[in-house]
Design a protein around this ligand. Sequence first.
Ligand code: KIV
Ligand code: ZN
Length: 515
Amino acid sequence: MNDSLIIFDTTLRDGEQSPGASMTREEKVRIARQLEKMRVDVIEAGFPSASNGDFESVKAVADTIKESTVCGLARALERDIARCGEALRGANSGRIHTFIATSPIHMEKKLRMTPDQVLAQAVQAVQWARQWTDNVEFSPEDAGRSELDFLCRVIEQVIKAGARTINIPDTVGYNLPWQFGDLIRNLRERIPNADQAIFSVHCHNDLGLAVANSLSAVMNGARQVECTINGLGERAGNAALEEVAMAVRTRQDMFGCDTRIDTTQIVPASRLVASITGFAVQPNKALVGANAFAHESGIHQDGVLKHRETYEIMRAEDVGWTANRMVLGKHSGRNAFKSRLKELGVELNSEEALNTAFARFKDLADKKHEIFDEDLQALVSDEAAADHEERFHLLSLRVCSETGETPHAVLVLTDNGVEHRAEADGSGPVDAAFCAIETVVASQTDLLLYSVNNITSGTDSQGEVTVRLNKAGRIVNGQGADTDIVIASVKAYINALNKLMGGEIRHHPQTPHAV
Ligand code: KIV
Ligand code: ZN
């Protein structure tokens, strides 16, 4: 019988640590729902000590998710652990994940602590966490560059203190697959109480080896892999969940374990995360890239038509690729709309929200006859983005774009309910509209990214725009969707401004003031 491999998703925590990938509470809950539907075992929802907003997000995920364990990250500090315990109170099954660095360079240069102090702090942290829950995970940060003897000492002691999962991070993505596999085997063989904990791995992708290192660890006895959708994460990212899950599933001849993942939910999860974070998936990305199952060359096409397995090792439908399917049209009623949203895992939290979304759906159906699932997803994202509590709202927009003339935009927006009319020229209609907004807002931001994607095919498709803004090192993404891409662009710009002007300072879990 196969062992089970626990899939621990950290899209909402480590994924969110990539600059620009920050998510609102509602966005996190939507992603968490999709992860639950995909049967992820553990969802790391965030770092509650980072800010009040992060605390509320972890709490909202913990209060919503019923089938997966919800985990929060905490430094090895009593106040972090207490904050994490509080945030997880409502969870059906909650886990506290506490960590402290164990590599010589991190202990000496970052923490300025001796190895003995680090060991004592690690044990103390696990004891604090055990006061909140039996489900405690401990990570020796930068384990991939830590000394083996010291790592063994720390792990033995934290298991004694009650940690039930030991996570081995390759924090800086330095390890090579055979070396990382040996590390896991050595730890499991040398630590006397190793059998009382599950060994987990958390690999970063700086050398493009995160998935290979994770799989090598699994071959050597790791039974939890920490990963993210689309490989999102700090710097070059984390191991991609979809690649780990499909490698293990496809090569059952090699692995003595399998995951519980419903792989048909992989593509919807990938799309949701890409659309919320604005981190587009490269076309040649394994499994979820647009070309992952496209056979361009004549020889390949001929082979696939004669016998699919000549060139395909997996079926596109097994990871959730489906042909665009028209799901609703202008004559569809409120109930059909509501039940399709439910099938997509979207539950609007009030009748009022449903009514507004339905009215927007009708408007869209007037402009675009065939409405696909992707349109509904965008419509709901847009609805969430236009949260009524927010500071800026677009009331109207007119742009003039004509050959030989300078593009010009005139718009009306509200700032905390006060109406402002603004106009400006620009190098194009989008530039003119953004310049007009800036005459009112004067945000002093840098535009880091402006991207437009069509949600479905055809020129009547909705355009989905992502705008990434930077203000004094704080980076946010805004999204907007509309069949008119200038309007979509303005919605995205205003959404980003709302996030930037309303948010609070967040602490990064791995900064020097960690302990
Ligand atoms: O990369 C890392 O070491 C981490 C830890 C906090 C687990 O993200
Ligand atoms: Zn990490």
